[in-house]
Write a protein that binds this ligand. Structure first.
Ligand SMILES: [Zn+2]
Length: 290
């Protein structure tokens, strides 16, 4: 089917008590793997790209592949721009046919973040698209010496329900990514989410909430978070590390036995199979398959 509006997808998820995965492809075979699993599992999915990936492939290739493959399956697929630090990139995504954009002004002073987010919201409306924004600071694991240090530090940067209420009213966003105890770039499930905080933010804003750093959240925590109002779960690090391991294994096998070179025609098959299973494992945790 044609690409769907991300906001519609997530409002349905919130009402239905499930979440939709925001998967982050870096390569064309990853786009293919994610859409194939979504169809096999009968689940909606969000394909999301961040600026470096767009820089590598360009909007025409990414939107062309995503739209074409989405058009061949019967499950809804949304196309999302992740963490845009500039309005310009967000506008380019909207013009290219993305069905939602995340404007990330979380490092700006609040007043400036609000003003810029409002402008992106107004532009997105012209395209019938929706806007996600981050409030509080979710942070990156790689910015800290140890995972323990990171998880301790982010406890001091969590979003309060009052801040969320104010920000949502001031900006008119459709999807909120609050800081709730997860962190970017963590491939192992070690985050401790603040579930009562998620519930309070959900109740006060009424919006679908996005969980960033989903790879670092275990299944039990994930289910509790979805029950409290999380409707979008971003998954990047976990699938990425599986993909890289499979790729390394292909390359490492060269020189042993009959493999004398990397078979460029066939290696993506094994890598894609491994990627698909990592995607499937996460999708099944979101309570929306079938
Ligand atoms: Zn993020």
């Amino acid at each position: 089917m044609p690409l769907v509006n991300t906001g519609d997808l997530l409002r349905d998820a919130l009402a239905g008590g499930y979440a939709v995965g925001g998967f982050e492809p870096y390569t064309i075979d990853q786009i293919q793997a994610i859409i194939e699993v979504a169809e096999e599992e009968r689940t909606p999915v969000i394909l999301q790209f961040w600026s470096e990936v767009i820089e590598t492939w360009g909007f025409p290739t990414l939107t062309c592949v995503a739209r074409e493959l989405a058009g061949r399956v019967s499950v809804p697929v949304a196309l999302h721009l992740d963490h845009s630090l500039t309005e310009e990139l967000a506008y380019q995504a909207l013009e290219s046919g993305f069905t939602s954009v995340m404007y990330d002004g979380s490092k700006l002073p609040l007043e400036e973040n609000i003003a810029r987010t409002r402008a992106v919201v107004a532009r997105a409306k012209e395209f019938g698209a929706t806007v996600e924004a981050e409030l509080g600071l979710i942070g990156f694991l790689s910015d800290y010496a140890t995972p323990e240090e990171a998880l301790e530090a982010i406890k001091g940067m969590l979003t309060t329900p009052e801040q969320a209420d104010f920000f949502v009213r001031a900006t008119g966003i459709d999807i909120l990514a609050p800081a709730i105890g997860s962190i970017h770039g963590c491939p192992l499930p070690m985050a401790e989410l603040d579930i009562p905080r998620i519930r309070a933010i959900s109740q006060v804003t009424g919006l679908p909430l996005a969980l960033h750093g989903g790879s670092g959240v275990g299944e039990e925590q994930l289910r509790a978070a979805i029950g409290a109002g999380i409707a979008k779960v971003n998954v990047d690090a976990e699938v990425r590390s599986v993909y890289i391991s499979a790729l390394k294994a292909e390359v490492a096998a060269v020189g042993s036995g009959e493999k004398v070179y990397v078979d460029l025609a066939r290696y993506p098959r094994g890598v894609r199979t491994a990627t698909k299973e990592a995607v499937r494992k996460r999708m099944r945790m979101l309570r929306n398959t079938g």
